[in-house]
Design a binder for this molecule. Structure first.
Ligand SMILES: *Cc1c(COP(=O)(O)O)cnc(C)c1O
Length: 421
């Protein structure tokens, strides 16, 4: 469920006509709904009612300051994977004790910044990282709470590029080696072992892989406790999928996921953390784009739009599907026709959809890519020297530009010319 619906024949973001935003900022742009962000956060928070928990939004999904602040105000912690994300979370007013640091390649510099700024815990992913973290903590005279990310060797049954819980993936330590690695961590003076972390992938549309992974985490908790470790926090990662095609069977609900967590690890008395990203932000955002040309090709019509793969890379990168709808509601019973919907970039990969049924469209019409709130704006680039597109946040009948479109001078002046030229 989201808050992008037709009202009076025009697609609205909450109570604001999308056409009004387009008239103000120009296309293409992203627009996010405050109500949807808050609703999705609450669904997770309520799913864990009855157990001590913190929902840490995986901010790599969408990390605009206004989005972070909206979620932080609702009570979210943050899961960060880089110094930049850590600094963004702090800048949005998130206290250090609600920030979890994940990621497979944290550098000494990143670790130091988070230690000095305050951190809830580090999710450690390897022995070498553990040694660097220990050395930094000792240098600062600190003891830092850690979990160790284990790789449970579970098939998340999702796209290969976003599966992270199989033994061939780079993430975590093999669960079979966990006892040794925990023993090593416990012997290091700068670390305080408090829990276990697991994250098996993204866009999971079935609960079974979560169940397998969490059962393994529950067993490991008992084993590690028997070894003398005070395991009291379980970080169960993110990954719950969203319905990208509204016509398809819906993925499991956060409440089902919460029940699964209670069933698999609830008896252990641990504090629970989860790190959802996509489900919070995905359907809270759309990308709006204008039709530049309608071009008739050999046996097919192309809709050439002003958004491109540099603005929304998911179709090119993950063969992802986005529902695409016209901003002006088509008349009832209007004949649809197939279009290949493409951007202007000089790559055939710059194709959003092939033979997609749409009502007839013309140059100047606006279309919206649904479910573009997560892994959309954050993955954008300036390829083809296209400016990063603006982001807009709607709240009821208000909207605000939360990242303006830069100017071409901004873009060009970031380059510097060496003295010899
Ligand atoms: C990407 C990621 C998440 C969020 O995954 P979603 O599918 O967006 O919910 C959570 N935790 C870690 C460690 C991640 O890398």
């Amino acid at each position: 469920m989201d808050h992008f619906l037709y009202k009076d024949g025009v697609l609205h973001a909450e109570d604001v006509p999308v056409s009004e935003i387009a008239a103000s900022v120009g296309s293409p742009f992203y627009v996010y709904s405050t109500a949807t962000l808050e609703r999705h956060f609450r669904l997770f928070d309520e799913a864990l009612d009855g157990i001590d928990h913190l929902v840490c939004y995986a901010m790599k999904a969408a990390s605009n300051q206004a989005i972070l602040k909206t979620l932080a105000n609702a009570g979210a912690g943050m899961d960060v994977v880089s110094k930049g994300e850590y600094l963004r979370a702090k800048a949005a007013g998130v206290p250090g004790d609600k920030i979890v640091f994940s990621g497979v390649g944290k550098t000494a510099d990143e670790i130091r910044v988070a230690l000095q700024g305050g951190i809830r815990q580090f999710n450690v992913e390897s022995e070498p990282e553990m040694l660097v973290l220990n050395a930094q903590a000792v240098m600062l005279g600190m003891t830092v709470p850690i979990t160790i990310r284990v790789n449970p060797d579970v098939d998340a049954k999702t796209h290969a590029k976003i599966a992270t819980g199989k033994s061939e993936n780079k993430f975590g330590i093999p669960i079979a080696r966990a006892r040794d690695v925990y023993a090593m961590a416990a012997a290091l003076p700068g670390l305080e072992v408090i829990g276990i972390d697991v994250h098996i992938g993204s866009q999971l549309t079935d609960l079974a892989p979560f169940e397998l992974a969490y059962q393994k985490v529950a067993e490991l908790t008992e084993t590690l406790r028997a070894d003398g470790h005070d395991i009291r926090r379980l970080d169960l990662g993110g990954g719950l999928g969203i319905p990208y095609a509204y016509s398809n069977v819906a993925p499991p609900l956060p409440s089902d996921y919460g029940d699964l967590i209670k069933r698999t690890v609830g008896h252990l008395g641990c504090e629970i953390e989860i790190e959802p990203g996509r489900l919070i932000a995905g359907n809270a955002g759309i990308m709006v784009s204008g039709v530049i040309y309608v071009k008739s090709g050999e046996g097919r019509d192309f809709l050439i739009v002003d958004g491109a793969m540099n603005d929304l890379i998911r179709p090119a990168m993950y063969e992802a599907h986005h529902d695409i709808i016209p901003v002006i509601e088509p008349a009832v019973g209007v004949d649809q026709q197939p279009y290949d919907i493409v951007g202007p970039i000089c790559e055939s990969g710059d194709t959003f959809a092939k033979q997609r049924m749409m009502p007839p469209l013309e140059s100047g019409d606006l279309i919206a890519f649904r479910s573009a709130g997560a892994y959309g704006a954050v993955m954008a680039s300036e390829y083809n020297s296209r400016l990063l597109i603006p982001e807009v946040l709607v709240n009821g009948d208000q909207f605000a530009v939360i990242r303006p479109r830069p100017t071409f001078e901004d873009m060009i002046n970031r380059d510097t010319i060496p003295a010899w030229l």
